[in-house]
Design a protein around this ligand. Structure first.
Ligand code: PMP
Length: 447
């Protein structure tokens, strides 16, 4: 039986929910990356490294809350305090102690954080970072890198996985204030030399789309020192990498000191939340002027900013991940997984790579090189291949084929948590080998 038919036959309850969803939600999905033809799975519950769907199938989960769940689903260190908080209320409409503790943990872990402001998502965090940068520099334009993803607000949706160069609905006047360039220092230098309206640079420090397209070696330190020389504000978007690469993010690993850092995902322990952290003088633009002072402040309301539930869960999560054990374990697991998956490509003689940084893995099927059974530093792989990615149809059928075999990827890859097990890896590699074989049988891959 074909890959798609096997998937359809195994998931009647998900299909029924999808038909119902389509009547009330565009394309039946509530996040672009959850769109999957002919329909996505509908989850019913999750625990640890696993989740179950409405048809009763069990999955090894590599979506892991879009990267929010370094500790897996329902980790007791987070869920205990969160459950207690539920019984005390979810929104006080007042200041509370947990938000202070949450901010203190961020400042303890993130090297460049002198002060913090919480938002409800990573998108809001980058929106606020750009506003703070523009307010400080007085210059309207921001430099952004090709295909780097910083959320879905108007300033950053262009040239990302989810938006073309001129995305529908975004005014040209807005796009004119965002200069998109290739992540190469000579391009950055030339661009900045040619304009005097650029005040800040924002970067995804693992490279475009959570490390799908890595940055050149040494790029970040060079970018940082260039920003210093030219008086540009350096914004690291550590929404994905923060607390995951190391407890202090990529800036800790590479010894960098961005002016502003955006955070979300692991920050809030699996609940909604984001933050901008960084230089005190920049964050202090949000402070109210002293009585008699006539300065304008940067505005920032937001109903769910630092709500008690996210604050308590986030604080508990950051305390749990502070010593680096969870990062080391999830990293080691991902490296073994990448190696095991490359070994299967090698055994089957299929060109492509499973690569990635820290606890992430990315899959590209195609090109003309069959990998050896090992882990790869993405910066050693052909950039054109990583930029092109697998064909959409190959990626779709791989996802369907793996779902039918109990593995849930996140698009072109996924992330390990610290609670994935050796058994999970072994089962995943077995499912991967069978899924690849199915793709060969359908002539999607060369056999
Ligand atoms: N920045 C980066 C680097 C991201 O990967 C994401 C989301 N994946 C965001 C910002 C936006 O975060 P959110 O989905 O919480 O709005």
């Amino acid at each position: 039986m074909g890959i798609e038919q096997a998937y359809v036959d195994a998931h009647p309850a998900s299909r029924a929910l999808y038909e119902r969803a389509r009547r009330v939600v565009p394309s039946g999905v509530t996040h672009d990356s959850r769109y999957l033809r002919p329909f996505p799975i509908y989850a019913a519950r999750a625990q640890g490294s696993r989740k179950w769907d409405v048809d009763g199938h069990e999955y090894i989960d590599y979506v892991m809350g879009h990267g929010a769940l370094l500790l897996g689903h329902n980790h007791p260190a987070v869920m205990g305090p969160a459950a207690e908080q539920l019984s005390r209320g979810t929104h006080y409409g007042a200041s509370h102690q947990a938000e202070i503790e949450w901010a203190e943990e961020v400042i303890r872990l993130v090297p460049s954080a002198e002060a913090v402001r919480f938002t409800s998502s990573g998108t809001e965090a980058t929106l606020m970072a750009l506003r703070l940068a523009r307010a400080h520099s007085g210059r309207p334009a921001v430099l952004k890198f090709d295909r780097h993803f910083h959320g879905w607000h108007d300033y950053v949706i262009g040239s990302s996985r989810y938006g073309a160069a001129a995305p529908p609905g975004v005014p040209a006047a807005t796009l004119d204030t965002v200069v998109v360039v290739a992540p190469q220092m000579h391009v950055v230098r030339e661009t900045v030399a040619g304009r005097d309206d650029i005040g800040a640079v924002i970067v995804e420090p693992a490279g475009a789309s959570s490390g799908t397209i890595p940055l050149p070696r040494g790029f970040l330190p060079e970018l940082e020192s260039f920003c210093r020389q030219r008086g540009l504000l350096f914004i690291m978007d550590e929404v994905v990498t923060g607390f995951r690469w190391t407890p202090g993010g990529i800036q800790q690993e590479e010894g960098l000191s961005p002016d502003l850092t955006t955070l979300a995902k692991i920050l809030a322990g699996g609940f909604p939340g984001g933050a901008v952290a960084g230089r005190r003088d920049l964050l202090d633009q949000l402070a109210f002027p002293a009585p008699g002072e006539h300065a304008e402040k940067v505005g920032h309301p937001g109903t769910f900013n630092a709500n008690p539930l996210s604050s308590v869960a986030g604080t508990a999560c950051l305390r749990e991940i502070a010593d680096g054990r969870h990062q080391s374990r999830s990293r080691a697991l991902a490296s073994r997984l990448r190696t095991g998956m490359n070994a299967e490509l090698h055994r089957l003689g299929l060109p492509g790579f499973v690569y990635g940084q820290a606890s992430e893995f990315r899959i590209v099927l195609g090109g003309d090189t069959v990998p050896t059974p090992r882990d790869y530093d993405p910066r050693d792989l052909p950039l054109e291949l990583l930029s092109a990615g697998s064909s959409r149809e190959t990626e779709r059928l791989l996802n369907l084929s793996l779902l039918t075999r109990g593995v849930h990827l996140f698009g072109n890859g996924g992330t390990t948590s610290s609670v994935h097990t050796e058994d999970d890896l072994a089962q995943t590699v077995e499912a991967w080998a069978a899924a690849l074989q199915a793709l060969c049988d359908e002539s999607v891959l060369p056999s």
